[in-house]
Design a protein around this ligand. Sequence first.
Ligand SMILES: Nc1nc2c(ncn2[C@@H]2O[C@H](COP(=O)(O)OP(=O)(O)O)[C@@H](O)[C@H]2O)c(=O)[nH]1
Ligand SMILES: Nc1ncnc2c1ncn2[C@@H]1O[C@H](COP(=O)(O)OP(=O)(O)O)[C@@H](O)[C@H]1O
Length: 203
Amino acid sequence: MEKGILIVLSGPSGVGKGTVCSALRQRIKDLTYSISATTRAPRPGEKDGVNYFFKTKEQFQSMIEQDELLEWAEYVGNYYGTPAGFVRDTLDSGKDIILEIEVQGALKVRDKFPEGVFIFLIPPSLNELQTRIQNRGTETEETIRNRMSVAKEELGMMMKYDYVVVNDEIDLACSRIESILTAEHCKRERVMPAIKKRILEVN
Ligand SMILES: Nc1nc2c(ncn2[C@@H]2O[C@H](COP(=O)(O)OP(=O)(O)O)[C@@H](O)[C@H]2O)c(=O)[nH]1
Ligand SMILES: Nc1ncnc2c1ncn2[C@@H]1O[C@H](COP(=O)(O)OP(=O)(O)O)[C@@H](O)[C@H]1O
């Protein structure tokens, strides 16, 4: 069986990765989402095993020691990592998987999966980025300052990605990413299952 495609979506905090990713999963039903492990505290409404696997520092350390993580990174005082087994099993079953991770981790994934598709989401402007983080209302003023300063560094890394997508409007950003994925499937001489279904329905 043909392996699935590994997709990495990165971008500064508050750009809309989470929002765009869930909209994309609504549109592309056969896209699997990789749930990361983190030592960050859950935000209101976040659920263990849905948004993240919430871990203590000791549990996270043990995952590193047991070689359970495809990559991991420290980001603004917390650890984040991608469980390796789930990613490999999904790809082996022929399904595409999307990882929503920050830049340092993405570069490590690139070493292991050079054939992956690396997409960087950017805001229309830095002012708009700050407004989005503030309006989300999940961060303290200090965390927002730290995240904005990391954001500027991260934006400097966008040329290391295969594609840069502007998240001005959620629907537009999703369509751009969908087009990228369609093109990547074509490059690999495949038709995305969602498109195949659409064509069959028309005929
Ligand atoms: N390297 C790495 N980064 C991750 C992982 N999971 C999430 N991240 C990134 O960690 C950063 C902080 O995530 P989070 O605290 O949820 O904040 P948010 O991006 O503002 O929603 C974001 O850039 C995420 O994409 C992971 O498994 N590995
Ligand atoms: N295109 C957009 N236009 C306006 N607001 C957006 C857009 N995309 C996301 N948002 C809002 O910006 C905030 C941050 O989005 P989120 O998905 O949490 O970002 P990230 O996962 O990158 O940190 C949320 O309040 C979200 O509703």
